[in-house]
Ligand binder design. Sequence first.
Ligand SMILES: Cc1ncc(COP(=O)(O)O)c(C=O)c1O
Length: 358
Amino acid sequence: MGKKLYIPGPVEVSPDVYQAMCAAMVGHRMKEYAEVHHRVTTGLKNLLNAPGPVFLSTSSAFGVMEGAVRNLVQKRCANFANGAFSGKWHDVTLRCGLQADKFSAEWGRPITAEMVDEALATGKYDAMTLVHNETSTGVMSPLEEIAEVMKKYPEVSFIVDTVSSMTAVPIDLGALGIDVCLAGVQKAFGLPPGLAVFAVSQRALEKARTTPNRGYYFDFEEFEKNDLKDNTPSTPVISLIYALDHQLKKFFAEGLENRYARHRQMAEATRQWILDQGFGLFAAEGYRSMTLTSGANDGKTDLEKLKKLAGERGYAIDNGYGKIKNQTFRIPHMADMTMGDLRELFDLLEELLPQVRT
Ligand SMILES: Cc1ncc(COP(=O)(O)O)c(C=O)c1O
């Protein structure tokens, strides 16, 4: 038996989503696929108010993160890093053989508009990467403020990972002017992993066409050419696309504003609960994520043991990521989760905490 997932991705998947994945298979060059593809990409464009196309990539998010730099870095990339995933993106950029510099903020702190402005003012860069919601720390950087600064640098491709924020907070691409906005579906979309979605601006599509050595699998021009026929360059993960079609219908039925409000309410309740238990909040005030909250260990709690005890009760919980493992723990509040799910977790933890605290 699987455990109930209370980790910040992959998240717990609702039974109706699994059901949607079981629809009969079709060939991706058949008109039946084109219909689903069209519906899904139209839904994503509406969700994001995307002025350009939204593509479907059969990969995890890192595939598109790598693809974005391969398509859009011609000169030098500024990678802004304030946690594990944003830091790794710098490594990925270098491993693609590209020129790049890393601009770091302390874990727990956001990337600020001032940092971005200062780095780009040097004129050295033609692309930048930003992780909107650092899942490793629970920090959400101020996307609107950074987008405002980016308007001063139209020659710099603005590449944003919204892996753990897309669908949970408003992301208005028309207003933000982001060149690539990407997400994996195993977080706030509430789907099993294996599919990534990414919106690309016309400006970025034009630039990508002139970039050498961008490979095949993540070549934006290939995505664009196929998407015009409601298709993908290579065989997509069709079952997950059925599930995404289903989830998008649910998002619009719930109402996007209600969906964002539900995430906000769960975030606030989680922060309060963590404080009530005597823990601190790891992320800086004003930059706390709407989809997961990082608690700061009080130094008296054996988080490994807590995880083990929760596991024995059929729950998967988190005890921190990377260099802040066991110093922090992360509670997710995203996708199809409700206040009822959170209460279930809090009840369990309130029962177990006295056994793991000294
Ligand atoms: C913010 C962020 N970016 C990137 C990734 C990497 O995603 P994937 O493992 O789907 O490639 C993750 C995974 O947790 C993430 O949270």
